[in-house]
Write a protein that binds this ligand. Structure first.
Ligand code: UDP
Length: 322
């Protein structure tokens, strides 16, 4: 297939673009490089620099596209709370421009990068796709609005859409000469932050809260390897059906606490990694664990790489990038 990957210069979009190429697809990346890196676009994919609003119409009208994989987004929860309008404009507004361009060019398949943040504070775990969606910040709300829009475009315009709701993505793609991992300018994620301390970049890990109702008091999250996540996108791409919008969670079904993650990082790196307890981070639910039964049942997906593999690959990537 000929596929447009929006946000393909970012962490997850770049890894998925590489896996698409390896599977024999033709890939065009559209990215404004506001947070992505041109060198994260794998060789073999062409890069168009621009926003969805300015460029998706021109790119798609170039012709021959079968599908869009849509990763381009703002994704910092704190920033979304400080500036909600930016998230509605960049996430929902630019997606509407993309969908309009898709309609004009008659491209009918889309796989969208949604998030566990659409659920908010869960009533029960593991979280199924039928759980209530009550996002607690504008980032999650803007992603949920896109899921809703896709469902409507499927119903009203015959679009075939899949929303993949990621839980905590980690690890890196290391494949021969190719190394693609997390390189955010503002790094909020736990694993790269812990590994930075292992590399001597900072004194101690800050663990946000140790008084949650969890076995060791720190928050529990469900981590999934970016390469397993990429495999789910390829399955979803094949599964898009005209007039249907499906939502699938992507996680491992098991949870690890912040302390456990720090311990795995110590074991993998062989470094002591000092850690201290800090205040809770506002808006963090105590436990987020996915049920990925639906995607297992319908598309046959299941994760193959455990937390140790995620940390090991992230560590190889980060230490080589120094
Ligand atoms: N966390 C932490 N210290 C950090 C970064 C994150 O204690 O430097 C905690 C955070 O409060 C959450 C978990 O690690 O409980 C995972 O956070 P992350 O930002 O990686 O992902 P999120 O679950 O927010 O999507």
């Amino acid at each position: 297939m000929k596929v447009l990957v929006t946000g393909g210069a970012g962490y997850i979009g770049g890894v998925v673009a590489a896996r698409l190429l390896a599977a024999g697809h033709e890939v065009v990346v559209l990215d404004d490089l506001s947070t992505g890196h041109a060198d994260a676009v794998p060789a073999g994919a062409s890069l168009v620099r621009g926003t969805l609003r300015d460029a998706s119409c021109d790119v798609l009208s170039g012709g021959g596209f079968d599908a869009v994989l849509h990763f381009a987004a703002k994704s910092l929860v704190g920033e979304s709370v400080a500036n909600p309008a930016l998230y509605w404009d960049k996430n929902l507004g630019e997606t509407l421009a993309l969908l309009d361009a898709m309609r004009r060019a008659d491209v009918r398949r889309i796989v969208f990068s949604s998030t566990a943040a659409t659920y908010g504070e869960p009533e029960s775990t593991p979280i199924e796709e039928t759980a209530p969606t009550r996002p607690t910040n504008p980032y999650g709300a803007s992603k949920l609005a896109i899921d809703t829009t896709l469902a409507e475009y499927a119903r009203l315009h015959g679009l075939g859409g899949v929303s993949l709701r990621y839980f905590n993505v980690a690890g890196a793609l290391l494949d021969g000469g190719l190394a693609l991992g997390e390189r955010h300018t503002v790094e909020t994620h736990l694993i790269p932050n812990v590994l930075k301390i292992a590399l001597g970049d900072g004194d101690a890990v800050r663990m946000f809260g140790d008084d949650y109702p969890t076995p060791d008091g720190t928050c529990v999250r469900d981590y999934v390897h970016v390469v397993d996540l990429a495999a789910a996108h390829l399955l979803a791409l094949d599964a898009c059906e005209p007039g249907v919008h499906e939502v699938f969670n992507l996680g491992s079904g098991s949870g690890y606490s912040v302390r456990e993650v720090v311990d795995v990082c110590r074991a993998v790196t062989g470094r002591p990694i000092p850690a201290e307890v800090d205040a809770r981070r506002p808006g963090d639910p105590a436990v987020l664990i996915a049920s990925s039964d639906k995607i297992h049942r319908m598309l046959g997906w299941k994760p193959e790489r455990d937390l140790t593999a995620m940390v090991r690959d992230a560590w190889t990537f980060l230490s080589a990038a120094r």
